[in-house]
Design a protein around this ligand. Structure first.
Ligand SMILES: [Zn+2]
Length: 88
């Protein structure tokens, strides 16, 4: 798999998210969590996902991350083309 563009920030965010999820999984496996404790863990995980999505959508001075593996936001030209198709 060849990466088209490399993004340090995206790498870091993915690494952080990965370790957060690993840790949460480990804690859930080894401890009997209270409802509250589990909510705290979940909140931590959601925060990492928020960071990731935020970076992918607008992490580069308001523009989408070029290193994202999926085109979350289409190019303006493409949108235009799709609109034309839809109205034809
Ligand atoms: Zn990026």
């Amino acid at each position: 798999m060849a990466a088209k563009t490399h993004c340090e920030a995206l790498d870091r965010i993915l690494r952080e998210a990965d370790s957060t999820f690993r840790e949460a999984r480990e804690v859930r496996r080894t401890k009997d969590l209270s409802f509250y404790e589990d909510g705290e863990l979940t909140r931590g995980e959601h925060k990492k996902i928020d960071n990731l999505v935020k970076h992918l959508l607008a992490g580069h001075e308001g523009k989408p991350c070029p290193a994202g593996d999926r085109p979350i936001v289409g190019e303006p030209k493409r949108v235009e083309l799709l609109r034309k198709k839809a109205s034809a």
